[in-house]
Design a protein around this ligand. Sequence first.
Ligand code: FAD
Length: 509
Amino acid sequence: MTVLVLGDQLNADVGPLADRPGERVLLIEAADLARRRPYHPHKLTLVFSAMRHFRDRLRESGRTVEYRQVERFADGIEAHLDADPGDELVVMRPPNHGTGDRLRELVERHGGQIEFVTNDLFLCSPDRFDDWAGEQPRYRHEDFYRFMRRETGYLMDDSEPVGGEWNYDEQNRETPPDDYSPPDPPVFEPDAITREVQSRVAETFVGSYEEPPYGGEWADPGPFRWPVTSDQAETALERFVTDRLAEFGPYQDALAAGEWALNHALLSPALNLGLLRPEAVIERVIEAYHERDVPLNSVEGFVRQVLGWREFMRQIYRREMPELADANQLEQSESLPPLFWTGETDMACLADVIDGVRTRGYAHHIERLMILSNFATLLGVEPQELNRWFHAAYIDASHWVTTPNVVGMGTFGTDVLSTKPYVSSANYVDKMSDYCGDCPYYKTKTTGERACPFNALYWDFLDRNAEHLSDNHRMGLVYNHLENKGEDEREAIRARAERLRERAQRSEL
Ligand code: FAD
């Protein structure tokens, strides 16, 4: 019997690692997984470095660890079963669709056996979610979130929510004052292991994100800064709770030029690799509420992200795959413009956010949703292509989490989890950020050479998708505005949108 630990299950306190302390452990560092997409080099460094640190920590604690560094994942399984024919592996169920089936097939082909157990790195089990969801065709996050609050007792006074409300979202839409300077997030300097991995990544994975598929200038990614051990991840959590949690709530939806982190937690890479458990993160934040009087709107706003959204997305992915990955209800077919890889655009908001992704493999939620996905959706980009880009470009990406976020929430490829698309014109960007002031495009103009591209693309998107969206009662108001535009104006918008699409493909925006 051997405990197989996958690269996103690096936690010794849960699952078979915790239940079977005497068993040998198998970790496989496979190059073929890193070649599947043009991943950001920091992403590859993070995963391999975290795996190697985890190996060393397990060995220090007295465990026998077989660490196989191989070209193909299948080679690692084969070598293990050659050395120990017929061995039985036990592993936590992987969240990505099809991985479990492929793993079983591989192990059995080489004469071994494999047992899958519940993945304790999530709070809601598939059975609990299925009980809650029943046969409903659509899912409502707010209902699920309340269900999870009741299930776990987090932020509950008996059967009532702490403070009397389930949700303090209306207090969480502020923008910071002009002179606001958010606390610096921690930097975790690469140690010898990380530096060795960085060299391997640089030497081995040519054709990665460093050489964007479209060519173009590529600035080197900035210094690597992410936590690669559970101790570092706990430090990151502590720094968030001490320095940034109090203002997480009010500025949760804000955007600010040059401020890539604002008050966000930056904990998704650690959570998604298992370095932090979701309950540990939630409980620490709730403790800060009791200990230090951190405002409830910040605490509840944060708990909603981890207890609600993260679990919700994971379960919807599980239930809606494989159809979810290909969903494209608006029949969008445009290619992703090269600027997503190169950052070459005069649009101040897009240029700043893409620069952050190229430098760090990170952008915060509103940047992902209301700048990048919004722009791609308005342009008409095929959801699958955008999903592949998010998957490759982000430090915290994995198919289970990008797919519902990009195909569901970001592009409205399906209506299973949202009732309307998250699209907006320059008006929203201007309201929530300070980008438009210094942008060469005019935020108030829709047509004309220097009109902000968000505007014509927004009205054109509504126009193109009227058949699908105009009956949606949540969109009645914007369709009234569109109706009020004369045919000449609508024609000018269509023409401008068409030119913008062409210019985007030529990197001339
Ligand atoms: P915070 O804003 O501080 O939030 C705290 C935590 O809540 C996050 O660490 C994360 O674990 C969780 N969370 C919040 N919203 C979501 C959500 N919608 N789905 C899942 N978890 C959530 N998240 C990823 O982990 N990986 C991705 O590849 C990813 N891609 C995304 C793509 C798009 C188009 C969108 C709209 C969202 C995506 N998200 C993804 C969700 C969310 O944007 C990130 O989890 C968040 O920005 C991570 O940064 P943070 O830790 O600073 O988060």
